[in-house]
Ligand binder design. Sequence first.
Ligand SMILES: [Zn+2]
Ligand SMILES: [Zn+2]
Length: 307
Amino acid sequence: MVYLPRMRERLAWLTFPVLMGGFVALAAWGLGRGFDPAQWGMALAVTNFLVIVGVEQLLPRNPAMNVLRDRQSLNDIGHGVLLSALARPAGGAAAIWAMAHVAELRGAASVATLWPAEWPFAAQMVPALLLWTFGDYWVHRAMHTYTPLWWFHAIHHDTPQMHILKSGRLHLGDELINATLKPLPLLALGAPPEILVFVGLWIMFDGNLVHSNVDQRFPSWAHYFVPTVQLHNLHHAQDRTTQDSNYSGSSAIWDVLFGTFSHPDRFPLGPMGIRNSPVPAGFAAQVAFPFKAQLRRPCASKAGAAG
Ligand SMILES: [Zn+2]
Ligand SMILES: [Zn+2]
C-alpha cells in the first residue's frame, strides 16, 4: 500500500520535465520539419491543454481545486475566447504597425539587422527568451504598480482556485497591452517569424504549467531558474508581500536581479486571490469592471482593495 504514494511522488518529479521538455521538443521538431507554424502551433496548443487537464485529474497538486468544480471556469473560458478572438490579433497587428512606422525612422533599419539569424535555431532561442522575459517582467510589474493598469490585471488575480483555465483568464485589456508591447524588442531586432512562433509556444507551455493544478516537484535551487508552479502560486497569493513579487512566469532571473524574488522555501503559501476583492462574479460585469473602476477614485486603489 505504501507503493502508491511513493509512485505518485516519483511521477510528480517527472511532470515538469516531461510536459515542458516534451512539448518544447515537439514544437522544435515540427517547425524544424517545415510544418505550417499556425497549424502546428494550434495542434500543440489544443494537445497541451487536453493533456494538462487529464494530468490535473490524475495528479492534482491540491485536490480541493478542480477545473470541473470551479464556478468561475465558464468565466475563465469567456475571457480566454475574448482575448484569443480580439486582444491577441489586435495587439499583434498594433505591434507590427508600430514597427513598420518605427522602421521609417532614421537608424531603425540598422537595428533591425542585429538579430543573429546565422546562429543555430537553438542558440537564437537564448536571446529570444531573455528579451521576451525581460519585457514580460516589466509589463507585468507595471500592472501591479500602477492602479489604472491593476484593475485590468485584477481579473487574472481574482481567483482562489488555480488550474489550467487560469492561464487564459486575462481581461482583454490586459492581453491587448501584453500582445502589443511584449513582441516589440524581438520585432525591433529583426527576429524571424519562426522564432516568434517558437517563443509564443514556449511561453504558452510554461504559462499553462505554472497555472495548472498538476503536482510538480522541484529541487530548491531550481526555483531560481525554472518557471515553477510554486513561484507563481505565491504571486497569486492574497499576501501582498508575495503577490507583488515573482513577476516573471517564464524565468526567475529578472525577479532575482531586480529584487522581487520570493523563494517558496521562505514564504509559506496562504489563501490565493485578492483580499476584499472588488471584482464582481458575473462575466459581463468582469469585462466592464476595469473601466468602471477607473472612475471610482480615490478609494479604488490596489492598496485599498488587496491590502
Ligand atoms: Zn500578476
Ligand atoms: Zn498568473
